[in-house]
Design a protein around this ligand. Structure first.
Ligand code: AHR
Length: 517
């Protein structure tokens, strides 16, 4: 049985620690408690696919324009128009990148973003402020970005205001090698090699900004679109249908109830944000934080329930036992109350990323790691300057947020096999490949230090190293004035026989890399 903190346990906060034995005092008001965690080295729960650490970039605020893309003639240091610092920081960290939305995707017409830049139309961004964009960042620029940082591209197609023909043509333009008018047009625009885009979204939030449909209405439209989305040039598209808002069972049931025949989706994309609208990001109270953290057990529950629904309702793909339809957590992350002044200065949905946001990211990633066998992809929203961002930019400044460091620290889990864990009061995930064991331990409390003893069931440690991200002020952040306030630090770790021991201060994330004997 995989046990982790429950919502009740988390909300109990320091009170829950009464169950643990208080052994020492470390400074005023921070009693340290012994805490036991166990990892079962023999019980694997699926591979942590690289796509489980995916990201999302939308034409929203300054995510693209001014953030990732500054243009070739900018005074901001750039490489062919891409912000140089962003490329350097993101390289190797982003397995998959979803673009161009979000809500924006269902009003995006891909032809606007190809060909000579000076001829591209200016369009109004109807979802995110009714301002105009010059379309200088289009398909080629997106693929170039993905190549520069080593990400797999994921194109979100327009089902809401577009047509099956338009989406089908985008796929041919991207993937057909040569000899068709569309593939030749791609070559004339500078890319003779096909882009070989595998991941395709067929609409976004079609229960809301993507057309306000019911699940069964969307299924009818989805079937019509999917019929024309083929394996152009041998790149078999992985089609992703819009899934529920949170754990909305009705959407899922209605969609699959009306998915008779036709090209069924390969993936079904749920969106689940962790709202924290009490106070702005740097003015959170302990209560705001606990309320936001309580969403993560609900996300884990939603993953289990939606996966069970898919197993029950969605016929497997292919012949014989077939492949189950994959579940995606396509958009997730913290969505705090915005500060209007900051939004005015830095763009829509700009929010500061604090140590609390980093703990939230790590709580989310621990859920994702533990449920690796039930998911095929997850994308945190969004990569730069919007919502739960990895990077924040202002002019030529580019700050790596605490959440950036969480992704950097937890990367060793990727391609390893998720393991069953038991823990209370803190959140834990574990994964293993051969002799390499990775643990991520998160202390979400604001006032409790834990001396954690982790027992390795079925193996023993030959050695370990560990790093920690921590600040005792829940509103502390890496800001433009202090970009390196919170950085990963080496953490003392004792690894001997079947036990690994580390001390976790409040509001901390630790990743332990263990060499098994
Ligand atoms: O990420 C911001 C918005 O949140 C996206 O555009 C939309 O899909 C969701 O509602």
């Amino acid at each position: 049985m995989s046990v982790h903190f429950t919502r009740r346990r988390l909300l109990l906060g320091a009170g829950a620690a009464a169950a643990a034995v208080v052994t020492t005092r470390r400074g005023l008001g921070s009693p340290a408690s012994e805490l036991s965690v166990s990892v079962d080295l023999a019980r694997e729960a699926g591979t942590i696919r690289p796509e489980l650490h995916g990201h999302f970039a939308e034409h929203l605020g300054t995510c693209i324009y001014g953030g990732l893309w500054v243009g070739k003639h900018s005074s901001v240091p750039n490489v062919n128009g891409y912000r140089k610092a962003a490329i350097e920081y993101l390289k190797g960290l982003i397995p998959v990148l979803r673009w161009p939305g979000g809500c924006f995707a269902d009003d995006y017409h891909w032809r606007d973003g190809i060909g000579p830049v000076e001829k591209r139309p200016k369009r109004v961004n109807i979802h995110w402020g009714m301002y105009t964009e010059d379309d200088s960042f289009g398909t080629h620029e997106f693929i170039g970005l993905c190549r520069a940082i080593g990400a797999e591209p994921y194109l979100a197609g327009n089902l809401g205001s577009g047509s099956p023909e338009e989406l089908r043509d985008w796929m041919e333009y991207c993937n057909y090698p040569k000899g068709s008018s569309l593939s030749d047009e791609r070559a004339a625009n500078g890319s003779p090699e096909p882009f070989k885009v595998k991941y395709w979204g067929v609409g976004n939030e079609n229960w809301g900004c993507g057309g306000s449909m019911t699940g069964d209405e969307y299924a009818t439209v989805y079937r019509r679109f999917a019929n024309y989305l083929k394996s152009f040039g041998g790149t078999n598209p992985f089609l992703i249908a819009c899934g529920p808002n949170g754990n909305n069972r009705e959407w899922t049931e209605k969609f699959w109830g009306n998915m008779r025949g036709g090209r069924r989706p390969d993936g079904f994309a749920m969106h689940f944000y962790s709202n924290g609208r009490g106070n702005t990001a740097t003015h959170f109270t302990v209560e705001d934080m606990q309320q936001q953290f309580a969403s993560f057990p609900r996300i884990e529950e939603a993953i289990l329930e939606q996966r069970a629904l898919l197993d029950q309702l969605a016929p497997p793909r292919g012949r014989g036992p077939g492949q189950p339809v994959g579940l995606l957590l396509d958009e997730w992350g913290v969505w705090d109350r915005m500060d209007p002044e900051e939004e005015k200065r830095y763009g829509r949905l700009f929010q500061q990323i604090t140590i609390r946001s980093a703990v939230a990211a790590a709580l989310g990633l621990n859920v994702i790691h533990r449920q690796a066998g039930k998911l095929v992809m997850t994308n945190i929203a969004q990569i730069v300057n919007v919502l739960h961002a990895l990077l924040l930019t202002d002019g030529d400044q580019c700050v790596r947020t605490t959440t950036y460091w969480v992704y950097e620290m937890t990367k060793p889990h990727l391609t390893q096999n998720s393991l069953a864990v038991e823990a209370q009061n803190i959140s834990v995930s574990a994964s293993r490949k051969d002799k390499d064991l990775t643990l991520t331990l998160v202390n979400p409390t604001h006032d409790q230090t834990y001396n954690v003893a982790c027992s390795l069931n079925g193996g023993s440690a030959a050695g370990a190293t560990a790093r920690i991200l921590h600040d005792s002020d829940l509103n502390a952040a890496n800001t433009f004035a202090a970009p390196n306030r919170i950085l990963p630090q080496a953490l003392p770790v004792k690894a001997q026989g079947g036990s690994v021991r580390v001390d976790l201060p409040p509001l901390s994330i630790a990743t332990v890399l263990v060499k098994l004997a």
